[in-house]
Design a protein around this ligand. Structure first.
Ligand SMILES: O=C(CCCC[C@@H]1SC[C@@H]2NC(=O)N[C@@H]21)NCCc1cc([N+](=O)[O-])ccc1O
Length: 125
């Protein structure tokens, strides 16, 4: 039952690091996101995240989502959605897809304001 409770430290394929604090009884959590990459020259400070995971699943491979509001020279937000998988040796991994929305100056630029991708996170020992 203690598999895939998201609290702890995770690293993804880009080298970004995520620290998820305690997961509440309703599945909600908060944390910090230190990205290893960004789409701007400006340095990106560690950002706060909040989200929630399924806790009542029998399968112990719950789905989850979280939101990151980035603090840099211009505003942007990423939402991650994914699932926690446990392999035969008990190793957990988070398979996610994300949408990154940057703040654009005009509705004319709305079409080009959202990037998407995927990341896999594994626990940092
Ligand atoms: O870069 C960021 C914040 C860090 C996002 C890190 C992502 S989150 C998904 C993926 N996974 C992961 O670990 N890191 C990456 N925001 C875009 C800012 C921006 C860019 C432009 N521009 O490029 O012109 C213009 C205006 C803007 O506000």
């Amino acid at each position: 039952p203690c598999k895939c409770i998201l609290s702890g430290q995770w690293q993804n394929d880009l080298g970004s690091q995520v620290h998820i604090f305690d997961v509440e009884a309703d599945g909600s959590f908060s944390g910090e996101y230190r990205t290893a990459v960004s789409a701007t020259q400006a340095p990106i400070q560690p950002a706060l995240l909040c989200g929630s995971q399924q806790l009542h699943g029998e399968g112990q491979q719950p789905t989850f989502g979280f939101t990151v509001n980035w603090k840099s020279f211009s505003d942007s937000t990423t939402v991650f959605v994914g699932q926690c998988f446990v392999d035969k040796s008990g190793e957990e991994s988070l398979h996610t897809m994300w949408l990154l929305r940057e703040e654009v100056n005009s509705g004319k630029d709305d079409w080009k304001a959202t990037r998407t991708g995927c990341n896999v996170f594994t626990r940092i020992a």
